[in-house]
Ligand binder design. Structure first.
Ligand SMILES: Cc1cc2nc3c(=O)[nH]c(=O)nc-3n(C[C@H](O)[C@H](O)[C@H](O)COP(=O)(O)OP(=O)(O)OC[C@H]3O[C@@H](n4cnc5c(N)ncnc54)[C@H](O)[C@@H]3O)c2cc1C
Length: 280
């Protein structure tokens, strides 16, 4: 993959190209990589990366996506968590170390392949929580408010296909906003919770889920025969950062080159403000 002076991105180096060095489930490195100049380099093909790459490609930009993991294929959640970097966690003595549960997996589609797909919008107060809780170690206020983000929530809810009933949720920041699909069918466990909540005079409402409750843009509706958490949906009802929710690289012509098994470990900035994404 080239960049150099024509590109603001710099050069991708040290790509492990031989089959023997490619981890399981990774694509071959595209032959034309050395000849291509990209406008944008996205690191990671998970929730944020896949959508960013698709938006850039739709805007006419050439995009390289560097994904450290493989296609998940038949690999289980536990196998893929093993490949993921642990998160920083604080031990009983208050020391931080890389021992925490990563809360994601490193593969094409990132954590969305195995997530539970609960798709709540932040509440208005979440954007300025510092005034309620204090800042602690890090400032918690966001640099924008709910109103600024609302149109993007609507766009993503449409893209990933969210089912639910905003009007039934008394804490929803914008209860008049319609979700693309009605709620998924109540499970037997959910029905018990609903009954118990009613007996306690509590107001229960369906969790907004990025799970198709009916056929949606080429996706099957949920048939509720598999757990969602930690399982890739065998029917494609879950809204993941992969096709058909987010276009596959091929679906936007040649605009997105996704290189799997490509772990970015450094982003050095040269004096000329050229970034180099370097692979291990
Ligand atoms: C079991 C489980 C249940 C969850 N349930 C929910 C839920 O119900 N609702 C909800 O909103 N969220 C849920 N989440 C969390 C959700 O999946 C993540 O918040 C979301 O995927 C984060 O998106 P992201 O783009 O930041 O990162 P990710 O989706 O994790 O994507 C990051 C991508 O970047 C790649 N990458 C990382 N470092 C590098 C590098 N150095 N070089 C190249 N590539 C790199 C990774 O391999 C990965 O593909 C759940 C997660 C898990 C694991």
């Amino acid at each position: 993959m080239s960049a150099g002076p024509e590109s603001p991105l710099g050069t991708l180096v040290n790509a492990p190209r031989t089959a023997a060095r490619r981890p399981f489930g990774c694509d071959p490195v595209p032959d034309d990589l050395d000849d291509r100049v990209f406008d944008v380099c996205v690191i990671g093909s998970g929730a944020a990366g896949a959508i960013t790459a698709a938006a850039c490609a739709a805007a006419g930009l050439d995009v390289a996506v560097l994904e450290r993991g493989p296609h998940p294929g038949a690999a289980s959640f536990d196998e893929l968590v093993e490949l993921s970097e642990p998160a920083y966690a604080r031990d009983a003595k208050g020391c931080w170390s890389l021992t925490g549960y990563p809360w994601t997996t490193c593969n094409v589609g990132g954590g969305t392949v195995f997530y539970g797909a609960a798709a709540f919008r932040y509440r208005r107060v979440d954007f300025a929580a510092g005034g309620h809780f204090g800042d602690g170690d890090l400032p918690v206020d966001w640099p924008y408010d709910y109103a600024a983000l609302a149109p993007y929530y609507a766009e993503v809810e449409s893209l990933v296909g969210v089912s639910g009933d905003a009007a039934a949720d008394p804490t929803h920041p914008d209860p008049s906003s319609a979700l693309p699909m009605p709620p998924v069918e109540t499970s037997p466990g959910g029905a018990r919770l609903l009954k118990a909540a009613a007996e306690l005079a509590l107001h229960a409402f369906p969790t907004p889920l990025a799970i198709a409750s009916q056929g949606y843009r080429g996706r099957s509706g949920c048939v509720a025969d598999t757990p969602c958490m930690e399982t890739a949906c065998p029917h494609g009802a879950k809204g993941v950062a992969e096709p058909p929710c987010v276009p596959t690289p091929g679906a936007v012509g040649n605009a997105i080159a996704r290189i799997t098994g490509a772990r970015v470990h450094q982003l050095p900035m040269t004096p000329a403000r050229v970034w180099e994404a370097m692979q291990a």
